[in-house]
Design a protein around this ligand. Structure first.
Ligand code: C6P
Length: 414
């Protein structure tokens, strides 16, 4: 029988979930840690920490190289992780999943690959809501090739203006790259529409899923997206590992990114031939433990359940938005109805850094500044914001602590 939202929420036992995260019981500056910097990096459950310890205690070896037992066991675990990632994103083939060092690395891999495919007169389209990681590699690509970078503008709510996108897209458009969710504002972008429109003119689409994957389970086949990228550390996995999904045809067409061990079929001084996918894009010894732990993090998130996560985080988002807006002088940036649990705000004309520093003294971790999304701050003509990014292991009591902390900061700084 299908479960209603309420049934699912009843099954979501926040006290049990919090027990999975050892760091949540530590103190910071003598106060219980309240961690609201989840969009920068998420915390790690014991189930993932155990996998990391188990790897170094029992399996540590290089992969795809050794005939010995340890190497074969480590290889099996690493390839099983790839299959977990494939299943999670619903990629057709496991070799369409390239393990990288993170979102930034994945985007650079694609931007580098397109160097030989673009020329003067071609357009590539980015959005006003991007993280620097999804701007700078493409600017560098345009400098190398002579292609032009066009920008989908945003409105005051922090949403992309699709009628402007319709005007930008043309037969010259070769590539469109937007994030699924904005890291600075939490806006969920209409990627289905963006992908359809791009494909109608024959352009490829890369979706930056760094901020969507902690909240949403994307189906890359259903989306019909060409490239989808993410970082493990935003979804309860370790830092230094991430993924690139690419359609098989595109990955076969693009040249390798880096040369080195394991990405080759045969090497002579006259000529090198490259390995098949996915190894063609995985030069050198990878982050083996990180990849295996990424698989464990995906298992963990799926055990919690993405429906549960969305329902619970949405409840926290509504609760927090209402409570924060009751604070006089507090302004929230990013007010789209389609958003994840990210709240960016400023308090009167107080500098975000000062608010963040006082919150830290109270044990509350938020991010302050431009969040690696300077064009968004320029749009609002502000130096930055305070960003509270909420995860499924946060509580209403922690939001109450944040509200009390902000009121205290306002009193001290006004
Ligand atoms: N945003 C934040 O605090 P890496 O660093 O490669 O794992 O991810 C880069 C990246 C790319 N795109 C988006 C939308 C992102 O949010 C990030 C990382 C963090 O918002 C750290 S700057």
């Amino acid at each position: 029988m299908p479960q209603s939202g309420l049934d699912l929420l009843a099954m979501f036992n926040i006290n049990e979930i919090r027990k999975d995260f050892p760091i949540l019981s530590r103190k910071v500056n003598g106060k219980p840690l309240v961690y609201f910097d989840n969009a920068a990096t998420s915390q790690t459950p014991q189930q993932v920490i155990d996998v990391i310890v188990d790897y170094y205690s029992n399996y540590n070896a290089n992969i795809h190289r050794g005939v010995h037992t340890l190497s074969q066991e480590a290889t099996d675990l690493y390839e099983q992780a790839r299959q977990k990632i494939q299943a999670h994103f619903n990629a057709k083939h496991s070799h369409e999943i390239i393990l990288t060092s993170g979102t930034t690395d994945s985007i650079n891999l694609i931007a580098n690959g397109f160097s030989s495919l673009l020329k003067k007169g071609d357009d590539v389209i980015v959005s006003a809501l991007e993280h620097h990681s999804n701007i700078v590699p493409w600017q560098m690509l345009c400098e190398r090739t002579g292609a032009s970078l066009k920008v989908i503008p945003m409105n005051l709510e922090g949403e992309l203006i699709m009628s402007e996108y319709d005007k930008l897209i043309s037969k010259n458009t070769k590539l469109v790259f937007v994030n699924h969710v904005s890291n600075a504002l939490g806006t969920i972008n209409p990627i289905e529409y963006i992908i359809k429109k791009a494909h109608a003119v024959g352009a490829a689409v890369l979706i930056d899923g760094a901020q969507s994957t902690p909240h949403i389970k994307p189906d890359v086949q259903d989306l019909d997206v060409d490239f989808y990228v993410a970082s493990a550390h935003k979804l309860c996995g370790p830092t230094g590992v991430g993924m690139l999904y690419g359609k098989q045809d595109w990955l076969n067409k693009l040249p390798p990114y880096q040369g080195g061990g394991e990405m080759i079929a045969e090497v002579t001084f006259e000529k090198t031939t490259y390995a098949d996918l996915p190894h063609k894009f995985e030069a050198g010894t990878p982050n083996i433990c990180g990849g295996i732990a990424f698989g464990a993090a995906i298992d963990y998130m799926n055990a919690v359940g993405f429906n549960n996560i969305a329902l619970y985080e949405n409840e926290l988002l509504e609760y927090a938005t209402k409570a924060l807006l009751d604070i006089e002088g507090l302004k929230i940036y990013g007010t789209s109805k389609q958003k994840t649990s990210v709240i960016s705000f400023n308090l009167d004309d107080i500098h975000p850094y000062d608010v963040g520093t006082i919150l830290d003294k109270l044990g509350i971790a938020v991010r302050t500044g431009h969040h690696c999304a300077q064009p968004i701050m320029d749009f609002y003509k502000i130096p930055g914001t305070v960003r509270a990014s909420i995860s499924f292991y946060n509580t209403k009591e922690e939001i109450d602590a944040l509200v009390t902390g902000i009121k205290k900061a306002k009193m001290m700084l006004s």
